[in-house]
Design a protein around this ligand. Sequence first.
Ligand code: COA
Length: 535
Amino acid sequence: MPVLTSNLGPRGSGHPGDARAGAYQENRAAMLERLTELESALRQARGGGGDKYVTRHHARGKLLPRERIELLVDRDSPFLEICPVAAWGTDYPVGASVVAGIGIVEGVPCVIVANDPTVRGGAVNPFSLKKTQRAGQIARENRLPLVNLVESGGADLPQQAEIFIPGGAAFRDLTRLSAAAIPTVAVVFGNATAGGAYIPGMSDYTIFVRDRAKVFLAGPPLVKMATGETVDDETLGGAMMHGVRSGLADFVAEDERDALRLARSCVRNFDNTAKTRMFGVEPKYDADDLLGIPSADLRVPFDPREILARVLDGSEFDEFKPAYGPALCTGWGAIHGHRVGVLANVRGVLFSAEAQKAAQFIQLANASGTPLVFLQNTTGYMVGSEYEQGGIIKHGALMINAVANSRVPHLTVNIGASYGAGNYGMCGRAFEPRFLFTWPNAKSAVMGPQQLAGVLSIVARQAAEAKGHAYDEEQDRTMRFMVEHKVEQESAALFLSGRLYDDGVIDPRDTRTVLGLCLALVGTGDRGQFGVFRH
Ligand code: COA
């Protein structure tokens, strides 16, 4: 290959006649001057809102945006900052109150956008908006995940006319990334009020810092003005409220460092095509325990995490949304090196929150092309007026819709009970999991034998009363006994397997091997065509 020659020749002496004398030296001096100006602009940007605000911020036990980024990205990896001197030469602070760039998180290049809360409370001005939009464009064009490190006073209020209307694009673009299966994460360290609340609202994954995140459409003063309600920050939009009640927070972090650790674990689970590092690592616990953990009496719940600890590679499990809908456990792990998402019943009954969490989790698995494993141990969706009024049918339908239309491969194991519509929501046979296995102890029916016999009895009693007949109690007792016995028999694993309602009854100790073999066959399926909705 030809080697270029330079007119400057080799490094010279700098004497007259030398190509590096004269104009060259003048140019060099001018360039160094410009570089000094640039360095000073960059220093201004890095200085954020200045010593007073930086000191106050640190005194509050908070990290600066660049410190947050440093903890988020892989140790000693490069960070390519973009538009670092945005707003230079304008009335706005240099850097535009936001840091943006591309960094490597868990080996995955991500676009990272971090508000600088020391600059006018992290408020968004027209230049911040342009900068974050540019970051979003880079994420979209290059299919890079976007991580938002949020702490902002929202719109720079005196400038609202410049940003209110165009600012909607920030939320539009976030959800379009999600729809394109480009993952988005919002880590909320402080204020995310009004429009700002839609940054976590539109993101696939959300992490809120306990006692710090404040996410509401209107803060307490505006609520007081609008509705007369007196309410404090935590009740209105604190991390715990969103983690446990509203479900807007997928994770509640103990502090900022914990939040950034959680963000890294989210990124780790984004892409199923990324090779897992846990290949073939045996679980830390003995599979033999799988004989003793499932309750012989199905009415006694058992913790499916005990099962997962004996099935997943290295017993490693990144639980998703653990504080919300705790009767259903969802999370990521691997089996014989194949990444999976897991949905496992914890306490039998499915409530609205569990159904909503399931639907969101299934969409996340579809966004990352990750197969799903359903561990069924459910007595169905919660009944009763409180739950009907709370929309349990609507939410159960949402979960069933997500299961039915999910495009990633599903594997189902009935490890205990599978009753009522819970069987449908947890991917029973009619929902066409690629494989479905049953443990020998497991049962499945429209409802439990006693409940079914009791319902028949009540219906028969009402029918007799309506006709003015006396109800035959003796016959009722006999009927109940017979029905209970029949349903009990028809619910048993062997009975169902005999009718090909599963692909086999397996020894619980073989679960990891059986699922590993299936996962080697099923591939990753298609990725979903919708973004992730947080229901
Ligand atoms: N627009 C313009 N300036 C803002 C601002 C905003 N949205 N939010 C904060 N600032 C300014 C403050 O006026 C203050 O300026 P000063 O130091 O020159 O007086 C500076 O930023 C720091 O604000 P301060 O309130 O001292 O900081 P804090 O860290 O204690 O609190 C907030 C930060 C963001 C929680 C608080 O300022 C706040 O609630 N702001 C309004 C949020 C809001 O309702 N926004 C509407 C969104 S549409």
